[in-house]
Design a protein around this ligand. Structure first.
Ligand SMILES: [Zn+2]
Length: 444
């Protein structure tokens, strides 16, 4: 094992342990916005997301073709019949006054803000000025997703970005997303459906997160499950290039199926050492994937295989859960699992049926500081608005002491569905999540 691989390995292990601890402490709720990190599929398919572009600047040190980085990456992808997902910004040109931080650190491209492709070079990147690049991406059948217009943090991130400016306001976050959405729609006739918050910072304001902003936009949250290391600064360019493909080679040699359904995090821009190892690493990554029989597709194509992390086309409740998504229901948890064997709770039933409709009401109540819901749930409870809607629709008995975690019973389900459908469907004998979703899919 090379020193590079070892260093990345240790850093990633520490990060994974930290992430796992946070995950274990975080309760999971059914949600209209799901975080898509990987999906369950039996096919050897992966997606690659390229953050922070488009970028017109030449790759560094490999600028000999005289072609900007984004154009170079699209050409390489197409040489291998691969489709990329370009997680673009609109423009970082307004992110001033600012100055560059220490080379090789997280603030290399700005102390107060991010600047793409680089500080002082904001006019050489972003969808606003890179019209040709966006057209080229779209004509090649690649996907565009929203990495926000200005790439300003939604909320504070003290550990790494203590001196960073942040929006701290849901309305600002949404209007920033709308700006890029409108640009793509009006100029390119393209509708964005997925978004990744800058640096994955989710907390915006008390009770409000990036999931609320994405719900108001009708987007899904785009995560990633495998790091392509395009951001990583190392002692030499060669080491950086190696870091982009070595972990992929290792994963494929240990288990050639391990990449199925994963999203690989890539960079359409400079790393912290102002180099672009992706320009040389991508070709090697694509070779490895193609040798192992993998097809590289867009994130949306990956989600056509399966939209969920734990259910694929071969699983029992898959069809029902997918049909419900198409009906604007919320059959999955925020972490994109369906968990068909788990007990369905009454709160989950409300959110599954009314989650999208309730998203705006939820935000209004929190921003207007309107106090607890009449059902007794706190103002920012994820199911508060959906439960209230269910009560207003006559699906649930009105009570000021509602328990969202109570397991669903046949009586509650029958009473819940009657006002919506005007009749009582057949209630399954086992009321786990999978069976309840199948019942809902039959009648919705
Ligand atoms: Zn970014």
């Amino acid at each position: 094992m090379s020193v590079v691989t070892k260093c990345i390995g240790v850093a990633k292990k520490v990060k994974h342990r930290f992430d796992a601890q946070i995950k274990a402490r975080t309760p999971v709720y059914v949600s209209p916005v799901r975080r898509i990190e990987r999906v369950k599929t039996d096919e050897r398919v992966v997606a690659m997301t390229f953050d922070d572009g488009p970028c017109r600047m030449l790759p560094n040190p490999r600028g000999e073709h005289g072609k900007g980085l984004t154009m170079e990456l699209v050409d390489i992808l197409e040489k291998y019949g691969a489709k990329g997902t370009f997680d673009v910004v609109g423009s970082t040109a307004a992110n001033y006054p600012d100055e560059a931080g220490k080379e090789g650190s997280a603030s290399w491209g700005g102390k107060k803000y991010d600047h793409y492709p680089d500080i002082g070079h904001d006019a050489e990147g972003g969808a606003e000025v890179c019209r040709e690049e966006i057209d080229r991406i779209l004509s090649g059948g690649h996907e565009i997703t929203s990495h926000t217009y200005a790439h300003v943090l939604y909320g504070p991130k003290n550990v790494v970005y203590g001196s960073r400016k942040y929006l701290g306001d849901l309305e600002k976050a949404v209007s920033d997303l709308e700006k890029l959405h409108t640009l793509m729609k009006e100029r390119h006739g393209y509708t964005i459906r997925l978004s990744r918050p800058p640096h994955y910072v989710d907390k915006i304001a008390p009770g409000l997160t990036s999931y609320d902003a994405l719900a108001l936009m009708g987007y899904q949250y785009m995560g990633a499950s495998f790091d392509g290391a395009g951001w990583l600064p190392l002692s030499t360019y060669e080491a950086e290039v190696e870091a982009t493909w070595r972990p992929l080679e290792k994963a494929l040699s240990e288990d050639p199926d391990s990449l199925k359904g994963q999203i690989i995090f890539q960079k359409d821009g400079f790393n912290m050492a102002r180099r672009t190892p992706i320009a040389d690493g991508l070709e090697k990554q694509l070779e490895l994937l193609s040798d192992a029989g993998y097809k590289v597709v867009t994130v949306s194509e990956l989600m056509e295989r399966s939209p969920f992390a734990d259910l694929g086309p071969g699983d029992d409740a898959f069809k029902a859960a997918r049909k419900l998504l198409g009906k604007r229901c919320c059959p999955a948890y925020r972490d994109n699992t369906v968990r068909p064997e788990a007990v369905m709770t009454v709160g989950e039933l409300c959110e599954t049926v009314f989650g999208w409709e309730a998203a705006k009401k939820r935000v209004e109540r929190i921003t207007q500081k309107a106090g607890p819901w009449p059902c007794g749930l706190s103002v920012d409870h994820p199911y508060g608005a959906a439960v209230q809607l269910a009560m207003e629709m006559g699906c649930l008995e009105r009570t000021p002491r509602f328990d969202p975690a109570a397991p669903l019973t046949a009586e509650i389900l029958t009473a819940f569905l009657h006002p919506i459908f005007g009749r009582t469907p057949e209630i399954p004998s086992k009321l786990n999540r999978g069976e309840v979703l199948k019942t809902l899919a039959q009648i919705l």
